[in-house]
Design a protein around this ligand. Structure first.
Ligand code: HEC
Length: 129
């Protein structure tokens, strides 16, 4: 994030390019690639309809079903995913982003390329289980 491209392998760079091209950065942005805003979860996937998200804190109608856009720092080390922990794998988590207003849909091989970039966001020394 400091602009040192030598920190990434060539595959990770291709993943970063895809990450930017398809619009992941419309939501996951800033130094931590997320954690700054809220986004509406898409209703095509089932989750607990009684969990109203940010509305439960603010009481504003317009906050219904809005959840924090998570930071992607260390994301491959921090499964399960989403606010309800309903998704076990990083592959499925990225696949579900196909429903979140991307510029275009990602196929499986592109999802894997993005995941190689996400792997580069891991700070294994600092994450303990
Ligand atoms: C329109 C906004 C938006 C876009 C675009 C978007 N995301 Fe997300 N992303 C979210 C929101 C909101 C969540 C949290 C959903 C929840 O908790 O149910 C999320 C969750 C995730 C998660 C799970 C993280 C965790 O810790 O649970 C990953 C991984 C992820 N996004 C990766 C991506 C990638 C890669 C792209 C581009 C292919 C992308 N996102 C595009 C809004 C977006």
């Amino acid at each position: 994030m400091d602009g040192n491209l030598a920190a990434l392998s060539s595959e990770e760079k291709v993943g970063l390019q895809l990450f930017m091209d398809v619009g992941c950065t419309n939501c996951h942005n800033g130094n931590l690639l997320g954690g700054r805003n809220f986004g509406k979860v898409d209703s095509i996937y089932s989750y607990n309809p009684n969990d109203l998200g940010r509305f439960e804190f603010t009481g504003n109608e317009s906050d219904k079903y809005f959840f924090k856009i998570p930071s992607l720092r260390n994301v491959v080390l921090t499964q399960p995913y989403f606010h309800d922990g309903s998704v076990q794998t990083i592959q499925e988590a990225v696949n579900r982003m196909n429903a979140y207003n991307l510029n275009r849909q990602l196929d499986r091989s592109e999802i894997n390329t993005i995941i190689s970039f996400l792997n580069a966001l891991s700070d294994k020394a600092k994450v303990t289980r």
